[in-house]
Design a protein around this ligand. Structure first.
Ligand code: ADP
Ligand code: MG
Length: 253
């Protein structure tokens, strides 16, 4: 049918009298990195929360791999292939890094609609596949050297990579990253951009919200720009960099 992973049509979200998103439409393809940028308060986090199902959209349509997801819980959307990271870490400090990522992978197994039919669907072959997947993710996110350390002992930058790794373990079709570079220093941002590109190269779509313009310009295939809840521009990094409306929106910040 369609090879669009995520399609958003005329999405609106109001909080009381505040219209946080208005008539927002965009699509993301497999193996694409789409950036969502805009000044503070322009509606970026609201968009991510509406997509993930934290709260219902006021109106509009969200299609995930061809299926409408309005009304579905956050967990159901994860099971359908949408994963996200959070701005604050939600981790188990006593677990090792490897255990925490493995837990991210088992969540989808138990959430699968047929899981109960198959006694949670855990078979030796699945455990083996999960083990391999976790190792691949450890390598991809640069966490392999600290795999056996407990989560409480790794650096805050490593914890941010761990959140991405945990989300990846659920084998998403698309991963939503809300300000993944927050608190990272230059060489860590470099690692982050390498990780984002590697995720894309595996065929997973990425939707990234980020203030750090150099990172956005480097990793994104396409960028959508919000201002006061509306899309004011969409294009390649080169197009966005020279867009008058975008420059004006940021100058007004
Ligand atoms: P961004 O992430 O781009 O900085 P947000 O999506 O957080 O922007 O916010 C967009 C607008 O919606 C802002 O005016 C903000 O005050 C408002 N808003 C966001 N979340 C809520 C909420 N839970 N209740 C009321 N207003 C909110
Ligand atoms: Mg935000």
């Amino acid at each position: 049918m369609t090879d669009t992973v995520l399609e958003v049509d005329n999405l609106c979200k109001s909080f009381g009298g505040v219209q946080a998103i208005r008539d927002l439409s965009f699509a993301v393809s497999p193996g694409e990195v789409l950036g969502l940028i805009g000044p503070n308060g322009s509606g970026k986090s609201t968009t991510v929360n509406a997509l993930a199902g934290v709260f219902p959209a006021t109106s509009g349509r969200i299609m995930l791999c061809g299926t409408q997801v309005q009304g579905m819980t956050e967990h159901a959307r994860v099971a359908m292939g949408l994963a996200r990271t959070f701005q604050t870490a939600s981790i188990f400090p006593e677990f090792t890094v490897r255990e925490q990522i493995t837990l991210g992978g088992t969540v989808t197994l138990t959430l699968h609609p047929l899981a109960s039919v198959f006694g949670l669907g855990r078979h030796a072959s699945e455990d083996e596949a999960l083990h391999e997947r976790v190792q691949e993710i450890l390598d991809l996110t640069g966490l392999a050297p600290v795999a056996e350390q407990t989560v409480g002992t790794i650096s805050s930058a490593q914890q941010r990579f761990l959140m991405i790794a945990t989300a990846l373990a659920a084998e998403p079709r698309i991963i939503l990253l809300d300000e993944p570079a927050a608190g990272l220093v230059s060489h860590e941002r470099k690692m982050l951009s390498e990780t984002i590109k590697a995720i894309r190269d595996r065929g997973t779509a990425v939707l990234v919200i980020e203030h750090h313009m150099a990172l956005i310009m480097e990793v994104c295939d396409r960028i959508v720009v919000l201002n006061f809840g509306s899309k004011i521009a969409e294009g390649t990094p080169a197009e966005i960099r020279n867009n008058r409306a975008v420059i004006d929106a940021y100058l007004g910040e």
